[in-house]
Design a protein. Structure first.
Length: 119
């Protein structure tokens, strides 16, 4: 099977609500008919503020290197990555943006569903 260019990739969190400091997971599902090479290492946490999204955290941070290993994800297969939300996040609506997940062409950024942070 050929490697994917732009593919249908779904990223979802394991829950719809969290508390600051809790651990969670993001599940990636390849919804295309092609093999996808991806890494879920480089990401940023964004908070919805009105009509905009504000970056609250980036991983890896400044001066750090992403150590996540890329995987080959066949059609219909899933893989995941765990995360720990920063302590001190205020209540609100958030999402993860994964950057450079390994696609060869097109927009290599993908968003998770929105989720809530409770007080």
């Amino acid at each position: 099977m050929p490697l994917a260019g732009t593919v249908a990739m779904r990223l979802t969190t394991d829950r719809l609500t969290y508390r600051a400091g809790e651990q969670g997971a993001v599940i990636a599902r390849n919804e295309s008919s092609r093999i996808v090479r991806l890494s879920l290492g480089s990401r940023q946490l964004e908070q919805e503020l009105g009509d905009a999204w504000l970056v609250r955290e980036r991983s890896p941070g400044p001066g750090e290197i992403c150590t996540a290993s890329p995987v080959m994800l066949p059609p219909g297969a899933t893989t995941g990555a765990s995360f720990r939300l920063p302590r001190g996040l205020g209540p609100g609506i958030y999402r993860w943006r994964f950057i450079g997940i390994g696609e060869q062409r097109g927009n290599s950024e993908r968003l998770t569903n929105s989720f809530g942070i409770e007080a």
